[in-house]
Ligand binder design. Structure first.
Ligand code: NAP
Length: 452
């Protein structure tokens, strides 16, 4: 038997497990999918916006893999700081595949970034996704206007959630406390701001279009921002997604006001230089941007002209970033683990039995499906190494070894108990499933009501 640990149960981890058990070349592969959280599915559960039910339904496919007879989900297992070392894992399994994603946000590195009222989009997403580590609850605090920095799909997600009414979110699994706060929201004005041009925005067209279909909000685009982009006049040479984005923006530019309750304004060619303090101090009051212009090579240069956009809430949505896992090599420039075809490189040479897949392998880009070929490549490398890997003696019972080392995993039945508790919570609130937002609640549900 080839015993493999996959660390991380998001899409890349689950697709890796799938590639390992759904192949014929190496029979009898057994995979333990470990996760720090008692719940599986990674960013599909804790990143995909609650109103994106169709994408969330991917959980059904991931579930099938985690219920495969040769795959076991073991949640609430900490690897790295305060938990198991990478060496200990190596002793338990023939191979370990790290699929730990990109756990933190990129920084802007500008003054005022840490002012109260300025948050990373990942903090906001964690909050409305009920992540048990979500630290902040006071996002809106009476704010009437918000600036979202960045024009990727996460920026679109947080903008859309700010613009949705509670009635639209109530049928989703958004946690009850977040629903209450969003129901009381006074935010009426959201400006989403890109440092480059509309033809270089990172969002995808389907997500962009959704902003125009929100019942209580209107989208505003200033044609003056668009014409600065050379590709706006002639988008024919652009990749399809950018061309379609430009067409959607062109359709919105200069639309007459529709008198809707909330206004979403898309701005371009503005790069943030400082988060500003409100008069009186203590909280954000806006963002200072420098006007940019195309540099002719896909980038922009500053023009020396500045514009302040007032806002009582600032969400910085400028991408995720991988964090080093103690015991694993790390490329701080790229925020990834160095590898060749998924084999982790130590001092430039493949380290036997150690692999990587997903965002920690290739960086935080692509949609969920991008993880499939990525995971396949890693699994193929591992399977090609299988004969050599199986020569090493490993634990007969890694589950027992985990317990000896102080871990008390939540297994699949524990996760199913959490799912049942979330359905029950939803019913008690007159809603469908409602996520449990805290560690104590999740672990108590997983252990059948026993507080931990
Ligand atoms: P992203 O797509 O990389 O977008 C990051 C945005 O931040 C870009 O507009 C980027 O501008 C901007 N940015 C970076 N550094 C900046 C700086 N210093 N100042 C100002 N702006 C800066 O990242 P993301 O939105 O976090 O998304 C991560 C991945 O998840 C993407 O692959 C995304 O498609 C995926 N995702 C998909 C969905 C979906 O399919 N519905 C939902 C959410 C996320 P530049 O382009 O100029 O660098």
């Amino acid at each position: 038997m080839l015993r493999v640990a996959v660390v991380g149960s998001g899409p890349s981890g689950v697709y890796t497990a799938q590639s390992l058990v759904e192949q014929q070349a190496v029979p009898d592969v057994h995979v333990h999918v470990l996760d720090r959280l008692p719940c599986p599915y990674g960013l599909v559960r804790y990143g995909v916006a609650p109103d994106h039910e169709k994408i969330k339904s991917l959980q059904r496919n991931l579930r099938t893999v985690l219920e495969h007879p040769r795959v076991d989900f073991l949640g609430h297992v900490q690897i790295g700081t305060g938990g198991l070392g990478t060496e200990q894992l190596r002793d338990m399994y023939h191979a370990v595949v790290y699929c730990v994603g990109a756990a933190t946000d990129r920084r802007l590195g500008i003054p005022g970034e840490e002012l109260p009222g300025s948050f990373s989009a990942t903090e906001f997403v964690s909050w409305y996704s009920a992540h048990p580590d979500a630290a902040v609850n006071g996002f809106l605090l009476g704010a009437r206007s918000a600036v979202v920095i960045g024009v990727g799909n996460v920026a679109v997600d947080v903008t859309r959630i700010l613009a949705r009414g509670a009635d639209e979110l109530r049928p989703t699994d958004v946690p009850q406390a977040a629903l209450g706060v969003l129901a009381e929201s006074r935010v009426r004005e959201v400006q989403m701001v890109g440092r480059r041009g509309p033809s270089q925005a990172k969002f995808t067209t389907k997500e962009l279009r959704e902003l125009g279909a929100l019942p209580g909000a209107e989208v505003v685009v200033d044609p003056a921002d668009l014409v600065l982009d050379p590709a706006f006049a002639d988008p024919s040479g652009l990749p399809a997604v950018n061309r379609r984005n430009v067409e959607v923006l062109r359709g919105w530019a200069g639309l007459p006001p529709q008198g809707r309750d909330r206004r979403l304004t898309l701005r371009f060619f503005l790069r943030p230089v400082a988060v500003l303090e409100a008069p009186g101090g203590g909280r954000v009051g806006g963002v200072r941007f420098e006007r940019t212009m195309p540099d002719g090579h896909g980038g922009v240069v500053g023009t020396g002209a500045f514009e302040d956009i007032p806002a009582e809430l600032v969400l910085r949505s400028v991408g995720y970033r991988g964090v080093p896992l103690p015991g694993l090599p790390f490329d701080p420039q790229r925020g990834t683990v160095p590898h060749t075809a998924g084999r982790i490189l130590r001092d430039g040479a493949p380290s036997p039995g150690e692999y990587v897949a997903g965002w920690i392998k290739r960086g935080p880009t692509g949609v969920i499906g991008t993880n499939r070929p990525c995971a396949k490549e890693t699994a193929a490398s591992l399977l090609a190494d299988a004969d050599a890997l199986m020569r090493r003696q490993v634990s007969d019972d890694p589950r027992e070894a985990l317990r000896r080392l102080g871990q008390d995993p939540v297994d699949w039945s524990g996760w199913q108990a959490i799912e049942a508790a979330e359905v029950a919570l939803g019913h008690s609130l007159g809603r469908t499933t409602v996520k449990i937002p805290d560690w104590a609640g999740l672990l108590s549900a997983a252990r059948g009501g026993r507080r931990t």
